[in-house]
Design a binder for this molecule. Structure first.
Ligand code: TYD
Length: 202
């Protein structure tokens, strides 16, 4: 049986990454094999692209194209084979990030992103997406506290993140069945309880 494809999303500082291991453990406890990966990155070439994407200034089109180039590699090398082998994938960010950051944040048209999405994974969408959502001021405070050397995105102003957050919430409104919005302004224990309930592993 084909595995399930789960993605984690949210603005920088919303706390997404701190739940990856919990979610993986939750699913593994049900006897399912889990592969955890991230975007941009995951493959050797993808990690090289990640270094460029997180450090170099570039045209918004270039940024979107490189995000999808990394995604194409990852789909071919990691995601598709794992799903075909019945494993579950937990991917830290996927195409919703492009709609949020490149479209919402940088102003790239959703139409262009949709063309790339169709090209790279027209046949595949995540089965389930957790959108970790917190007000920008809270996310910024966490980011400032936990990040010694902020990358290109983390150095963006609050206004940028307000647009990214709005684009995420718009995606969630568009795809209410796939995207579960997790209020991550709450204590970690409360968030975990909700995740366990949604994953039916509580
Ligand atoms: P992130 O996943 O938050 O890693 P870390 O927690 O280690 O900082 O960083 C990846 C950055 O890339 C994040 O700021 C969002 C950005 N990004 C995009 O702008 N578009 C995309 O399509 C993806 C996948 C990521």
């Amino acid at each position: 049986m084909r595995g399930k494809f789960i993605t984690l999303e949210g603005i920088d500082g919303a706390g997404k990454s701190s739940h990856t291991t919990f979610i993986a453990d939750c699913i593994q406890a049900q006897g399912v094999e889990v592969v955890t990966t991230r975007e941009p990155g995951g493959t050797a070439l993808g990690e090289t692209l990640r270094t460029l994407l997180l450090n170099e200034k570039m045209h918004p089109d270039t940024e979107a194209l490189l995000m999808f180039a990394s995604r194409r590699e990852q789909l071919a090398d990691i995601i598709e084979p794992a799903l075909a082998a019945g494993k579950w994938i937990i991917c830290d960010r996927f195409t919703d990030s492009t709609y949020a950051y490149q479209c919402g944040g940088r102003g790239l048209s959703a139409g262009r992103t949709a063309i790339l999405e169709q090209w790279v994974h027209g046949h595949l969408q995540p089965d389930l997406t957790f959108l970790f959502d917190a007000p920008v001021a809270i996310a910024r405070e966490r980011l400032d506290k936990n990040t010694a050397a902020p990358d290109k995105f983390e150095r963006e102003q609050n206004d940028f993140f307000a647009h990214v957050r709005a684009a995420y919430l718009q995606r969630a409104a568009e795809f209410p069945v796939r995207i579960k919005v997790i209020n991550s302004a709450r204590p970690i224990a409360d968030i975990r309880a909700e995740l366990a309930q949604l994953l039916e592993c509580g």
